[in-house]
Design a protein around this ligand. Structure first.
Ligand code: TMP
Length: 244
């Protein structure tokens, strides 16, 4: 991902690779949909990769995807959304493009994988739009729910892991990474500190409002410790699924 700001992280899912299905474990019935959320620099993408590897080691069939991005078309939309040069992009345009990328991802990858019984791990989903555009940009939640109904057609995550981090600490991490990678997809990180503080608070409120689905995980700890906290949330869901 040269200039993408995410190092080797697959904004386009590795699931396009022809992974042999023989010997893979499927969840039985509808698959499992797990999303990762968090402010800038929370480490959620690293955690998603680590969870995908652990699940695959156990033989589970996993699709990794990300938003905005995911599909090849979503990736083109991502470039428009995150290119630091696009300073004139309006909040409503931003909102609609986020959902355009999501609609493509839901239709092309996520729903087919779920009907196939796979575990889908998505790096951000509608909760990001709720906190970044709904709260951060002040567009409100109603319009987000309305577009979600159109783009996702009732699809909601079974589990959402919010990797929580102090907004300033996370932003410093993200900016350091961007500098190291010479990233150009920095339009969101370039927003003012107050914007990122609103985002972080909105995530924390979301976890309070929907404790069944949304779990807050303290991100300012060693990667392995956070990974264990992630696993502790995911394992019980697997136990209820089909075994090999
Ligand atoms: P990423 O760096 O985690 O891939 O996310 C890209 C940026 O896009 C990040 O700043 C969060 C932002 N974003 C939104 O503002 N709304 C959304 O709906 C999504 C999915 C991401």
């Amino acid at each position: 991902m040269g200039g993408g700001g995410k190092g080797s992280h697959a904004i386009i899912a590795s699931s396009l690779d022809p992974i042999p299905t023989a010997g893979r474990r499927f969840t039985g019935g509808r698959g499992l949909f797990i999303t990762f959320e968090g402010p800038e620099g929370s480490g959620k993408s690293t955690q998603l990769l680590s969870l995908a590897a652990r699940l695959r080691q156990q033989g589970w069939a996993v699709l990794e995807t990300a938003e905005p991005g995911g599909t090849p078309i979503g990736l083109q939309i991502r470039r428009v959304l995150l290119d630091a040069k696009n300073r004139e992009l309006r909040p409503t345009t931003e909102l609609l493009l986020m959902f355009a990328a999501r609609a493509q991802n839901v239709d092309q990858w996520i729903l087919p994988a779920l009907s196939d019984g796979q575990i889908v791990l998505c790096d951000r989903f509608t909760d990001s739009t709720l906190v970044y555009q709904g709260v951060g940009r002040g567009l409100g939640s109603e319009v987000v729910y309305e577009l979600d109904r159109i783009a996702c057609r009732g699809l909601a995550p079974d589990l959402t892991l919010v990797i929580d981090i102090d907004a300033e600490t996370g932003l410093e991490r993200a900016k350091l990474r961007n500098r190291e990678e010479n990233a150009i997809e920095t339009r969101m990180e370039d927003q003012e500190a107050a914007f990122h503080a609103r985002v972080r608070e909105a995530y924390r409120r979301l976890a309070e409002d929907e404790p069944e689905r949304v779990r807050l995980i303290e991100g300012d700890r060693p990667i392995k410790v956070v990974a264990e906290a992630v696993w502790a949330q995911v394992e019980p869901l697997l136990a209820r699924r089909a075994s090999p």
